[in-house]
Design a protein around this ligand. Structure first.
Ligand code: FES
Length: 178
């Protein structure tokens, strides 16, 4: 014959095992959800399209005259996908009538100011600390540690497509950062 103490011990044991199994089942259900919820903390959350976007047609870029264009595309911010977001801008340069169009970031590789084009000198000029660049993007003067960052250009018929990309500033090497 079992005593009351034995029954109490058994009841306590069963209650604890039930509670432990319940906690385990809860954790199994919650952990994947938490992982999904916290996923943006473990990686870069803002992503550009990563693929070329149309910026102009070839006829929009006269030979020898740089044209500044805005790069508009899709942006992924954590769980949110935004369409037609301004991702930046770039300079399009067609060196000659039959030459392919090249694209350069408008971000100065020194400290990130916006680079302008001066018709008079036919140079790209940075208004912040005076770096200047030729039409091939080479640094001619100033503190910029490298030339303008060239972006990948592809064509689709007459359309010009540029792959938006950013690079670390202040370094001699061109290091993509997104
Ligand atoms: S940011 Fe362009 S020269 Fe300094």
């Amino acid at each position: 014959m079992r005593g009351k103490a034995f029954d109490d011990t058994r009841r306590t044991f069963v209650a604890r095992v039930t509670a432990a199994l319940g906690a385990l089942a809860g954790a199994v259900a919650v952990v994947p959800g938490l992982g999904l919820l916290l996923a943006p903390l473990r990686k870069a959350t803002i992503k550009g399209p990563g693929r070329p976007v149309r910026v102009a047609s070839r006829a929009d870029v006269p030979p020898g005259k740089p044209v500044r264009v805005t790069v508009v595309g899709q942006l992924q911010d954590a769980w949110l996908r935004l369409d037609r977001v301004t991702l930046g801008s770039c300079w399009l340069v067609r060196p000659g009538p039959s030459a392919p169009v090249r694209a350069f970031s408008t971000v100065c590789p020194h400290l990130g100011c916006g680079v302008d084009y001066d018709e008079g000198t036919r140079r790209f000029e940075c208004p912040c600390h005076g770096s200047s660049f030729d039409l091939a993007g080479r640094c001619l003067s100033g503190p910029a540690p490298r030339g303008l960052d060239e972006l990948e250009v592809t064509t689709d018929g007459d359309d010009l497509l540029v792959r938006p990309q950013r690079f670390r500033t202040g370094t001699a090497a061109k290091e993509p950062i997104g």
